[in-house]
Design a protein. Structure first.
Length: 289
């Protein structure tokens, strides 16, 4: 990990900026880090792998990342123009949100996606059943324009390939020996906390169980898979084939810092059988020489 932590240019509910040191302890060395649920990309930004395969089911997110990777100067200039006092008004925000929902142009949607992320309530990313972005205005005094973070992302993204597909497809295409970090939508802590509208497809309990099964299968094929989730009786049952590591985490998204509470989270680590690990040791040693 680099000496100084790098922040993502997006605000993100459930972002892993505060957890990257803890996560890194369970991510072994390797050539490629695969993230089926990349989100804001804090793990990508704060780890050192030769290559990254970064996936997310949210097409707007992946389009944004591809554009920042390919056209950083143009994107920064166009996005900065949206971060002026006149744009930090509820009426303007609602107009931009409507424009985003009406647009079919990937570049325009990407510029507006960053604007909505920084001006919307708590940095949430949420769509209704029709696929329309519906996060309300955030009423922030002066939203931050993440220019330095955008340029850092663009530079590091030269090592990455981005995709927009299902987590099942990502696992189906895994190369043996890959290191995989999964940050799926978390199991709700209560019946009233079932936030699943990040994407229209949602992520239900069957998905949680299927992800665990795919992680177990991938480990049998020589991959190391780390999954993070809430620490509950259900998740401990789902991840019973993994090595479990509980941790206390402060919530990363809140309008009032003093309102952030620590929540029990769980790391589930699926490792290859010892025979598979032994078989790659000579290759690692040879590479070190």
């Amino acid at each position: 990990m680099s000496k100084s932590k790098q922040r993502a240019f997006l605000k993100w509910a459930g972002g892993k900026y505060n957890l990257v040191e803890s996560l890194a302890r369970f991510l072994p060395q390797g050539d490629t880090l695969v993230e089926p649920f990349v989100g804001a990309g804090s793990v990508f930004l704060n780890t050192q792998y030769a290559r990254y395969q970064l996936n997310d089911i949210n097409q707007d997110l992946i389009s944004l990342y591809q554009i920042v990777k390919q056209r950083p100067e143009q994107f920064v200039a166009d996005a900065r123009a949206c971060f002026v006092a006149a744009s930090n008004q509820k009426e303007c925000y609602l107009n931009f949100r409507q424009r985003f929902n009406d647009s079919t142009d990937a570049y325009e949607r990407s510029v507006l996606f960053l604007y909505l992320n920084r001006h919307g309530y708590n940095g949430l990313c949420r769509y209704n059943l029709k696929g329309l972005f519906n996060v309300p205005f955030g009423s922030y005094k002066k939203p931050y324009f993440p220019e330095a973070e955008l340029y850092f992302f663009a530079e590091k993204a030269q090592q990455a390939e981005f995709s927009c597909s299902s987590y099942q497809q990502v696992f189906a295409n895994l190369a043996s020996g890959s290191v995989v970090y999964c940050d799926p939508p978390y199991v709700p802590l209560s019946k009233t906390a079932s936030f699943t509208s990040y994407a229209r497809e949602g992520f239900n309990l069957d998905d949680q169980a299927q992800l665990a099964n795919l992680a177990e299968q991938a480990s049998q094929q020589g991959c190391t898979v780390l999954i993070s989730n809430h620490d509950t009786t259900l998740t401990r049952k789902i991840y019973q084939q993994a090595s479990l590591h509980p941790i206390q985490v402060a919530r990363s998204i809140s309008q009032k810092g003093d309102g952030r509470k620590k929540v029990a989270e769980l790391f589930a680590l699926y490792q290859p059988p010892v025979s598979n690990v032994i078989s790659v040791v000579p290759k690692i040693r040879q590479a070190v020489r």
